[in-house]
Design a protein around this ligand. Structure first.
Ligand code: AMP
Length: 550
């Protein structure tokens, strides 16, 4: 397929608003494509270059692209940027700039869809010191051969933003229609493969190829997700259910074949380099080839750390060894998707669980099964007492549904902790909030004295800020710069993630992630929390952290 034909197809899609019409346009193109063209076309039409499982990047920033466009169009980069700002779209800007230029040139080497793809792969593979220069030259070569319309879509593809309104759902329907296969089969294959290009190739072979689809190690699978729900509803609906602790860390997917292992994050990024300790632990836990799903939590001085510490480790690129010493990571494995060459996602959870227990000797998250609400509630209480977030309830007969937030996994966790606190000061807002107070100083009480505990600046709607301003504006005692002090009259219910010991506030504590929940105009200043109760909560928090170590 010529890249020009692909571009014309994009142009038609861009001018079409009905979803069914779009599906028709795509479905008409697919059967005529070669095996090589089909996956490329399908990914490109969704604005993607690489398979969804791939963490490969083109490595072309907007700056480099604008410079290349300028060089090809024979204008300074600033003009390119100006054009993009005035059109609001890189594609259109490139098309306009190239059409001025193309009136002056006579020769074009015709661009071919697969060759464009191969060039982009080549660009992605350029690494090292000189790579930016090499990438620039390669992009210039590609754009230099592009007709204005091709330039429009090529530039957008290079930024992986095609903007023609084609989503995965439409492509799925188009593939089903083009090759006369059930769209549920296409969806099923896409769940396992995470690459619509490859799925289209299988659909062309036939329904059996889609049905027999196999997960490939080192092609990460989208994570199955959870909904909110209740213990009683789940038992009523399913009878026996499976409950596991809900660990407050970061999701991981571990792939291992022989001695080769990689770890992927929830967003399917390869985080192997940042977490060698987790890889080592999991390698030691099994001799089999596996893909495991789990949650890694952080432990410091024997205590579970807030999940931010885990995230920090996931992002770590340098000084990994030092970070390992300070914070120990512990994986908790709760599912298995692939074992020694066999794809397991369609098996019921109970059977996957049996395999998991048979082949992984450590770090498997305990599971409690039963249909007695008391037993499950006890598990929930145990989870909280051990410092975890709550529990996950899973339907024992359910398959593993990659990327789905369905009803087969339900999360149960407590409401955020809240404190009722007096508003004793504020700071004027900024920008569109300049006429109201934007952040508030809140306090608890200590034997009749008010003790500042935190600043609260999030959780407010514009209406709430206006309302609070009306309620407080006549209580201003003192103004200094942007700061005001109030005669205390108003009580806020404030949510928070954690109490921290802190010397920043007089009372010796601070709130992590304080958030306005609501106005407690039913409460008086004398009803607010005391420093004693705050201390109690802090102790309880520390105890649960300690209980966790055992
Ligand atoms: P949430 O992020 O609140 O929607 O809750 C779902 C997340 O809980 C999952 O994506 C996992 O990262 C995490 N999680 C912790 N423990 C478990 C578990 N036992 N089973 C499944 N997910 C878990």
């Amino acid at each position: 397929m010529l890249f020009m034909d692909f571009s014309r197809c994009c142009e038609r899609l861009e001018g079409t608003s009905g979803r069914l019409d779009m599906i028709d346009i795509i479905a008409q193109e697919l059967p005529g494509l070669t095996d090589e063209e089909l996956p490329v076309f399908v990914r490109f039409i969704m604005g993607r270059i690489f398979a969804d499982w791939s963490s490969r990047k083109l490595g072309i920033g907007p700056n480099l692209l604008f410079e290349a466009i300028g060089a090809v169009a024979g204008v300074p980069k600033e003009r390119v940027v100006g054009k993009i700002n005035s059109t609001g779209d890189v594609g259109q800007a490139v098309e306009e700039l190239l059409s001025v230029k193309s009136q002056m040139t006579f020769f074009h080497e015709e661009l071919d869809l697969v060759r464009v793809y191969t060039s982009l792969i080549g660009i992605a593979e350029m690494e090292g010191k000189k790579s930016q220069r090499e990438k620039l030259l390669a992009v210039r070569r590609l754009l230099g051969n592009a007709h204005p319309l091709e330039g429009r879509y090529l530039a957008r593809i290079m930024l992986e933003e095609l903007r023609i309104g084609v989503g995965e759902g439409s492509v799925r329907e188009a593939v089903a229609k083009a090759f006369r296969v059930d769209s549920a089969l296409v969806e099923h294959a896409q769940q396992a493969l995470n690459d619509m290009g490859e799925v289209a190739r299988l659909a062309k072979i036939g329904p059996d190829a889609l049905r027999d689809v196999q997960i490939t190690p080192f092609h990460p699978v989208r994570m199955m997700l959870a909904q909110q729900g209740s213990i009683s509803d789940m038992i009523e609906e399913h009878g026996e259910i499976a409950a596991e602790f809900k660990y407050d860390g970061s999701r991981f997917q571990f792939h291992k074949k022989g001695n080769w292992a990689r770890l992927y994050s929830r967003r399917l990024e390869d985080v192997t380099g940042a977490l060698p300790d987790v890889i080592q632990q999991l390698l030691a836990a099994t001799d089999h080839d596996v893909i495991l799903d789990g949650e890694v939590i952080a432990i410091k001085d024997g205590k579970p750390m807030p999940f931010q510490s885990v995230l920090r480790r996931f992002r770590r690129r340098h000084d990994v060894a030092e970070a390992q010493e300070a914070i120990a990571m512990v994986p908790n494995v709760f599912d298995i998707l692939w074992l020694d060459g066999e794809t397991l996602i369609d098996l019921p959870l109970l059977e996957r669980r049996l395999r998991l227990e048979a082949v992984v000797t450590q770090y498997v998250a305990p599971q409690v099964r039963g249909d007695d609400p008391e037993v499950i509630t006890k598990t929930y209480e145990d989870a909280l007492a051990a410092g975890h977030e709550g529990i996950m309830i899973k339907v024992p007969s359910s398959p593993y549904s990659p990327g789905q937030r369905g009803k087969n996994w339900i999360k149960i966790k407590p409401e955020v902790d809240t404190l009722d606190l007096a508003v004793i000061g504020a700071e004027w807002g900024e920008g569109k909030r300049a006429h109201v107070f934007g952040s508030f100083l809140v306090a608890c009480q200590d034997a009749g004295k008010l003790v500042p505990l935190s600043r609260v600046a999030t959780g407010f709607s514009e209406e709430q800020l206006a309302e609070v301003y009306e309620l407080l504006k006549d209580s201003v005692l003192k103004t200094s710069g942007k700061e005001v002090t109030f005669e205390p009259s108003l009580v806020f219910e404030v949510g928070y993630a954690e109490l921290q010991a802190s010397s920043n506030y007089e009372g010796g504590f601070a709130l992590r992630f304080p958030r306005f929940i609501r106005l407690r105009d039913d409460k008086d200043i004398s009803d607010i929390e005391t420093i004693g109760s705050v201390r109690e909560r802090y102790k309880r928090q520390a105890n649960t952290a300690q209980a966790y170590q055992k």
